[in-house]
Design a protein around this ligand. Sequence first.
Ligand code: PRX
Length: 642
Amino acid sequence: MEGPLPTESRIWPRRYEEVYERSMRDPEGFWAEQAKRLDWFKTWDRVLEWDPPYARWFVGGRINASHNALDRHVATWRKNKAAIIWEGEPGDEKVITYYRLYREVNRFASVLKDLGVRKGDRVAIYLPMIPELPVAMLACARIGAVHTVVFSGFSSTALADRINDSRAKVLVTADGGYRRGKVVPLKRIADEAVDRAPSIETVVVVRRTGSEVSMQEGRDYWWHDLMEGARDYVEPEPVESTHPLFILYTSGTTGKPKGIVHGTGGYLVGVESTMRWVFDVRDEDIFWTAADVGWITGHSYIVYGPLVTGATTVMYEGAPDYPSPDRWWSIVERQGVTVLYTSPTAIRMFMRYGEEWPKRHDLSSLRLLGTVGEPINPEAWRWYYRVIGGERCPIVDTWWQTETGANMIAPCPGISLVPLKPGSATLPLPGVEADVVDEGGNPVPPGVRGYLVIKRPWPSMLLGVYRDPVRYREVYWSKFPGWYYTGDYAMRDEDGYFWLLGRADEVLKVSGHRIGTMELESALVSHEAVAEAAVVGKPHPVKGETPVAFVVLREGFSPGPELRDSIREFIRGEISPLYVPSEVHFVQRLPKTRSGKIMRRVLRAVVSGEEVGDLTTLEDEASVEEVKKAYEEFKALYEGGE
Ligand code: PRX
């Protein structure tokens, strides 16, 4: 690294260690202190009830997320402050003040109430990145309803599955959304989903694109029509701290996505604290998390985190490189963005376009940069630091998950900035006891890869997996009883810094988005031509990794480019264009162990053109000889085949 990295501290250099140490010595006292920064209708009786694997935070406390994000700011000078600066893809803009947002949320809350939505009911939200999306979320929170936002790039099947699992009774969608200048027909996709989702009683449709849509009498209503008759004020429901705020579906190692449930009090404490520690949020910030609200990053750092801390949050609707590769840099310049938080995939994509695009804009308003979602390669880190941050802005590489609700391992310039190392998320945040252990649960020495675990509960921890307590226990709490298993590989260095090394389970990270190989495989085998399928990740220079599929065809189907296209199209329709396999290989058979388990390592070696290599990995279940034999046989077959 040329030139020193920023290590300057706002307070004093050892402050992080002190705060961390205090949080470990007296976690309940520490978290209670953080929780006091929120508005509670009733203070908790107990900070934590830990009945492994269930943690209940701020038990007995009553709180409301919409009240914390809106009412308490509207009562101050922030009433006239910009809450949301929104840019549509075609170039339209809206600046929504806290007061304006408060009104819209109240009005939509009254609409939901009139539609019969009650505390605890689920509302599915399938919207593009438009202001109605946070309005709908906060309106649910206001009345104690549970929102489940489904990313607008998901297909009708994926939407139907999520609605059916959550049994939502209202769906909020739009006539369409803009993506790369084209209209995505969201209402049509939603209609297909609702045909298969009997729990939906009402569909509320936002007019965004003005496209022609069909409206079903008695079921479908325009947002603007309903809002006309709405009331201006709805009392925020004082829910229990542990009342579910939202369900967000994410992929795991089975064929079915799981509904991660987050509570209210603990979750808000997690996002509020990390906004201060990691992003060092200030009133004058223009805070831009360049992600989609459909993922946890958007829930926590576009909507709840910024609004609860009274910040100004930026929302951009469209593609990052539309109409040209400097769209983001133009937003930074025009809106005066001070904090930019995004994924390594986006950074690598911009690196490819070249420095001339950011150089056309004045990026001097930026003071802090962040990354999330996948490991960042040091080269991309340095580019981000130099070209975007002008060698002036620290980079916070934040490790966390849908399940953790908020940042867990990350630098915290809001306390004191530890020296940065490109590619490392540095150290755990206060209150987070993270460790790297071997199969037996023993901490591994520096430089050795192991499993990342969290050894005590934290406030924004998931409440559970929706309607699946068995899966909750098995996935997160059975590998190392009493500790939370992250599913990630990690390593610590001599300074104790954490280096994240990717997933240890059958989950891929494609452009930072999570997809289980089993989920893709079960979709693949529902294609009429596919008898068996196996999916592995292949390293990709921009996306981190891409799915590669190996398929065995049914009797009567023959391999060829048309079938390959039809299989790729099928994944697009069944799941999402995000996860379309970059390669589909037709094979006679898949390499398997004697007990019939697919040897993914063999497939991974084949796609990356490597030898099977290190056979002493943690997850070995087949003998070395068996793997080698399968590898040689498969390679011979594969290379000779289509
Ligand atoms: O593998 C880790 C990776 O993303 C996973 C969580 O994915 P998801 O639930 O979709 O949430 C992404 C946004 C929080 C983790 O298990 N991951 C996340 N952040 C990082 C990361 N890997 C390396 N470095 C990170 N900063």
